[in-house]
Write a protein that binds this ligand. Structure first.
Ligand code: ADP
Length: 454
C-alpha cells in the first residue's frame, strides 16, 4: 500500500519515462524518416503526450474519488441505520486509514445500536408485563406510550400518538391528568370505572426545569377497597355488638358497688373499682370506635358554619382545665379573636380535645402547650405545640393509624384508646384537609390541622 504522494510521483515518472523513451526512439530513427513525415511524427508524439497525461490524471483522480464516493455512500447508509457490509481497503494509504476508521465506527455503532435495541426490548417487556397500567404523555398532550394493562374502558386501545382528550374515556381520570399537566405537578388520585376502583399517580419528568414528559401509573385497587370495606364493616359491627354488654357490665358493677357499700380498703372494693375502671376504658374505646365508623361511612354529614375559633378553643380549654392543673401545665393561645373559620363546630371540638389532651398527656409536668390558629389566603391552620417527649420520624405517619401507640404502657396509663388521632385524621379528610406532626425545634411536637376555605 502506497501513500497518495508516492502514487502520484510514480505515475508521473512512469509517464515521463514513456515520453522520454518515445522521444529517444524518434531521435534515433529521425534520419530514416522522410522529411515530409516528420511533422506527422511530431504531431503523433504530442498526441501521445496529451493522451498519456490525460490517462494518468484520470487514473490518479479515480484512485482518490472512487474510494471517497464509497466512503460517502457508506456514511449515508450508517446515518440511515444500515450498518451493512464493511468497506474494502483502497490502495492509497491515507484513504485506507479513513476506511479503517469508518469500518470501526460502523462496527461500534452497530454494537451500540444492538445493545440499545436489547435494552429497549427488555424495558418494553418489563413495562408490558407490569401489573400496573403505565402511560407516557408528551408536551403536546399526546400519548407516547401505553402498556397493555390499561383497560380499554378507561383509555381507548391504540391511543399511541393520539391526543389525550380523544383517548381517555374516563372523565374523572381525564380531568385529573389535565389539571396536573396544567399545573406541572405530580399527584395521586382515585377514580371509579364500572365496578372497579383505580388509583392513579402522575409524575412530570423534568430536565433543566422544563417538563418534557409525564409518566402515569394506574393500579386496580378494587380488591383492597373490598378488603377495606370488610374491615370497616367488622370494626363497625364489633363496636355495635360490644356497646350493649359493656354498658350493662358497667351498670351492674355500679349497682353492686352501691348496694354492697364495701369498706374502703377491702379487696372486694379494689376488685370492683378495677372492674369499673376497665369498663370505663372499654366504654371510651367503643365510643371512639363508633365515632370512627360514623366518620368512615360518611354518616357524619358536615354541618359547616362560620364561628370564632378563639371561642371554641377557650371552651375546650375550660373543659380540659382540670387535666392541665393536675400536671401544673400551662395552656396558652395565639389566636386572633376575630378569626372566623368555616367548619363543623362539633367535629372541630373533637379535634381540639384530642390534640390538646394528647399534648398534656405526652408532656412533662410544668410544661407549656400552645394553641395557634391562623388563616392564609386559601386555608385555615390550627396548631397544637407541646414541649413533650416528641415523636420519631419513623412513627410520625403511623400514629394516625387506629390503635397505634408509640408506647402502649404510657398510653394506657394516660387512659388513651389509641384511636384519638385516627379520629382527627378522619375529620381532616371530611374537611378536605390534612393533619400531620412535625418536630418542635424547642423539643416536643407540633400537630398541624389544615383545611381549605370553601
Ligand atoms: P392515645 O389514646 O394512645 O393517645 P392517639 O391516637 O391519640 O392515641 O395517639 C396515638 C399515639 O401517638 C399515642 O399513643 C402516642 O404514642 C403518640 N402521641 C400522640 N400525641 C402525642 C404528643 N403530643 N406527643 C408525643 N406522642 C404523641
Amino acid at each position: 500500500m502506497r501513500s497518495f504522494f508516492s502514487t502520484l510521483l510514480l505515475l508521473n515518472w512512469g509517464l515521463l519515462l514513456v515520453l522520454l523513451l518515445l522521444a529517444a526512439g524518434v531521435i534515433f530513427v529521425e534520419d530514416l524518416i522522410r522529411p515530409e513525415f516528420r511533422p506527422l511524427i511530431f504531431f503523433l508524439y504530442v498526441l501521445i503526450a496529451i493522451f498519456g497525461t490525460f490517462y494518468t490524471s484520470i487514473t490518479i483522480a479515480r484512485k482518490v474519488t472512487d474510494p471517497l464516493s464509497l466512503v460517502e455512500r457508506k456514511t449515508k447508509e450508517i446515518n440511515a441505520g444500515d450498518f451493512g457490509v464493511e468497506l474494502s481497503y483502497p490502495e492509497i494509504r491515507e484513504l485506507a486509514n479513513l476506511t479503517i476508521s469508518i469500518n470501526e465506527m460502523a462496527r461500534r455503532l452497530k454494537n451500540q445500536f444492538l445493545d440499545l435495541t436489547v435494552e429497549k426490548e427488555k424495558f418494553n417487556s418489563l413495562l408490558q408485563n407490569l401489573k400496573e397500567g403505565v402511560f407516557a404523555i408528551d408536551g403536546n398532550r399526546k400519548f407516547l406510550f401505553l402498556n397493555r394493562n390499561i383497560p380499554s374502558s378507561i383509555i381507548s386501545e391504540n391511543s399511541q400518538f393520539k391526543d389525550i382528550q380523544n383517548s381517555v374515556k374516563n372523565r374523572e381520570l381525564l380531568q385529573f391528568i389535565e389539571t396536573k399537566i396544567k399545573k406541572g405537578l405530580e399527584g395521586r388520585s382515585e377514580f371509579q370505572e364500572g365496578n372497579h376502583y383505580y388509583n392513579v399517580r402522575i409524575y412530570p419528568i423534568k430536565s433543566n426545569e422544563i417538563i418534557y414528559l409525564y409518566i402515569g401509573v394506574i393500579l386496580d385497587i378494587t380488591e383492597d377497597r373490598q378488603n377495606q370495606l370488610i374491615r370497616e364493616q367488622f370494626f363497625q359491627n364489633a363496636s355495635h355488638e360490644l356497646k350493649t354488654p359493656i354498658t350493662s357490665i358497667k351498670g351492674y358493677a355500679e349497682t353492686l358497688e352501691y348496694r354492697l357499700n364495701l369498706p374502703e380498703n377491702s379487696n372486694e372494693k379494689k376488685f370492683l373499682d378495677a372492674i369499673l375502671r376497665n369498663t370505663d376504658r372499654m366504654v371510651r374505646i367503643v365510643e371512639d370506635m363508633l365515632t370512627i365508623s360514623r366518620l368512615e361511612n360518611h354518616k357524619t354529614i358536615l354541618q359547616s358554619q362560620s364561628f370564632p375559633i378563639a371561642d371554641l378553643i377557650q371552651s375546650v380549654a375550660d373543659s380540659v382545665g382540670v387535666i392541665f392543673s393536675k400536671k401544673n401545665q400551662n395552656l396558652v393561645f395565639d389566636v386572633a379573636p376575630s378569626l372566623l373559620v368555616h367548619a363543623d363546630m362539633v367535629l372541630m371540638e373533637h379535634v381540639l380535645v384530642n390534640l390538646i389532651t394528647n399534648a398534656s398527656a405526652y408532656s412533662p409536668e410544668g410544661s407549656i402547650v400552645m394553641v395557634k390558629a391562623e388563616e392564609t389566603f386559601d386555608r385555615y391552620r390550627i396548631q397544637v405545640i407541646d414541649q413533650g417527649i416528641g415523636i420519631s420520624t419513623a412513627d410520625s405517619e403511623r400514629i394516625f393509624e387506629r390503635f397505634f401507640r408509640v408506647d402502649m404502657n404510657r398510653s394506657r396509663k394516660e387512659g388513651g384508646t389509641g384511636l384519638g388521632l385516627s379520629i382527627v385524621k378522619h375529620i381532616a379528610r371530611l374537611h378536605s384537609g390534612e393533619v400531620f406532626v412535625s418536630p418542635n425545634p424547642k423539643g416536643g411536637s407540633i400537630f398541624t390541622f389544615e383545611f381549605p376555605k370553601k
